[in-house]
Write a protein that binds this ligand. Structure first.
Ligand code: PAF
Length: 280
């Protein structure tokens, strides 16, 4: 497995793969890989001749310096994990290369980032769309893999490739959970044992939404009310948002009448976690 840090070198590697008609699968990450990332790498391994995993902690998608500073980093350990999964390349560029002096172009969307995480984290999705566009331009993948836990991110990226005529298939893979239901996240490591216990209310609130939906309740406000109670029952929580939206347009729903998404963002102590479930 090659570890490449320079854009020119990555481009040369891509050109050689394209010359040999080898398909490229990209798994973009910010490092601190967990089983969720590994499941993306395994899906990529099954479907592509070459698998590239990018590791880049993108500063422009953090709306808060403290969150960026506290975000865990473990490049060497990540490289070992990726090697075991038989990827072909780790692309780990530095910020001087990704955002050189004078950088001033950003990719923004006009609609999908107006709700949920976009509403509470201004600029976050511009940062994501910009870095993902750059990675797509450098690596030119045929397929790119994202996790359903970041549902809004995946929706924005799907729209981005359609709107910008990029010939890339976006695969959205299921959220990987601990046995007790907590969605895997690089941020989980920051939780104290008490907070880790409290964090279960997030999955609990989604199960509540599913249960209500299964018993034919379609009123979003009623479902959100019950989800709120589940989360408020836990001690260290502060709700950022609980939303029920159209799963395609991400518009808030008052009545569920098609494929919907129940999504939550909750502060557990000083750690913000997100999760979601499809209601259909
Ligand atoms: O989901 C992530 O880890 C990041 O948002 C991504 C897609 C790698 C872009 O920095």
């Amino acid at each position: 497995m090659e570890v490449i840090t320079e854009i020119n070198e990555m481009r040369a590697r891509v050109l050689s793969a394209k010359d040999r008609k080898r398909s490229i699968g990209l798994v973009p990450t910010m490092g601190v890989l967990h089983d969720g990332h590994i499941s993306l790498i395994r899906s990529a391994r099954k479907e592509n001749d070459e698998v590239v995993v990018s590791i880049y902690l993108n500063p422009t998608q953090f709306d808060n310096n403290d969150d960026f500073d506290k975000y865990p980093r473990q490049l060497n350990k990540d490289i070992d994990v990726i090697r075991k999964e038989n990827a072909d390349v780790v692309f780990a560029p530095c910020t001087e290369e990704m955002y050189p002096e004078g950088f001033c172009t950003n990719v923004t969307d006009d609609r999908l980032s107006d709700t949920m995480c976009g509403r509470v984290r201004p600029g976050h999705f511009n940062g994501v769309s910009t870095i993902v566009t750059k990675l797509f331009n450098i690596i030119q993948p045929d397929l790119a893999y994202f996790g359903q836990k970041d549902y809004q991110q995946s929706a924005i990226i799907k729209r981005l490739v359609t709107d910008m005529n990029m010939e890339i298939d976006i695969r959205v893979c299921p959220t990987v959970r601990e046995e007790d239901g907590l969605a895997l996240s690089s941020r989980n490591g920051r939780l104290s044992p008490e907070e880790r216990q409290d964090a279960l209310c997030i999955h609990g609130s989604l199960l509540k939404a599913r249960e209500m939906f299964a018993s034919n309740i379609r009123d979003a406000k009623e479902i959100i009310g019950e989800m709120t109670s589940v989360i408020k029952d836990a001690e260290y929580t502060k709700i950022d948002y609980i939303s029920i939206v159209n799963a395609d347009t991400l518009e808030d729903l008052s009545l569920i009448n098609g494929k919907a998404l129940a999504a939550v963002a909750v502060w557990i102590g000083n750690t913000r976690l997100i999760d979601n479930t499809i209601l259909e």
